[in-house]
Design a protein. Structure first.
Length: 238
């Protein structure tokens, strides 16, 4: 099944493809229907160890990146939502993909094969620069993420991730924010290097302090600055 209007609109508006001529992008989409992946929940679409996997763009839904751990289980290393890319770190060398990727729920993912990306890098220097900038941003993010992992307690790590990294919508003028969390607690815990009980305790702690209020689809944050001051008294690192 190929993309519908919603997914095509997301692809056309994605930041990473803004430097590709619109007619070229449209022709690519029309000629490569097999690269438009409409994924049921829990579908693994690329695996660790793959050489030159190309570039993946999440058009809709959430994708989880995971690796095998030493106990024959899995460790989730990150999540990617609509507009995010995967595997860009493999484009400029022979480094194999370090993680597998799987749809969390229903998802739509565009695959741009390595040879096509290479062609666009040659034809569109601005696209190449945007890719390099994206990789630099990813390195900066990983450095910050490592700091929070090593230096911050569970509640701070939780809020740093779900509010400052994963959910990036601006807070309202009054300082409030509606936080939507579409990731199960056990998977969120795996990503943060915590136990599911630690994640639950962190949410309860914040509710007891009146810093978040549970809602049907997530949490309401009445005062984002107050929450930030509580979890990161030394200042925000993201």
């Amino acid at each position: 099944m190929t993309f519908g209007d919603r997914e095509l609109a997301q692809v056309r508006s994605s930041a990473i493809l803004q430097d590709i001529a619109p007619d070229v992008l449209l022709a690519t989409l029309k000629s490569r229907p097999d690269d438009q992946l409409m994924l049921p929940p829990a579908t693994t679409f690329t695996a660790a160890g793959q050489l030159k996997p190309g570039l993946y763009l999440v058009a809709n839904g959430i994708v989880e990146l995971f690796v095998a751990d030493t106990d024959d289980g899995e460790k989730i290393v990150d999540f990617a939502r609509a507009g995010a890319t995967l595997a860009e770190e493999t484009l400029f060398g022979d480094r194999p993909l370090q993680y597998s990727a799987r749809s969390l729920g229903q998802a739509a993912v565009l695959h741009l094969p390595d040879e096509l990306v290479s062609e666009w890098i040659e034809s569109y220097p601005a696209f190449a620069r945007r890719l390099m900038s994206l990789i630099a941003e990813r390195i900066n993010y990983l450095n910050k993420d490592m700091f929070t992992y090593r230096a911050k307690r569970a509640t701070s790590r939780l809020i740093c991730y779900v509010l400052c990294h994963f959910n990036k919508a601006p807070m309202a003028a009054d300082g409030s924010y509606s936080l939507q969390i579409e990731i199960p607690h056990n998977k969120l815990a795996s990503r943060l290097g915590l136990s599911a009980s630690q994640v639950s305790r962190s949410f309860r702690e914040l509710q007891d302090k009146g810093l978040i209020v549970q809602q049907a689809q997530g949490y309401f944050i009445p005062d984002v600055p107050a929450l930030s001051k509580y979890v990161c008294p030394g200042g925000c690192d993201f």
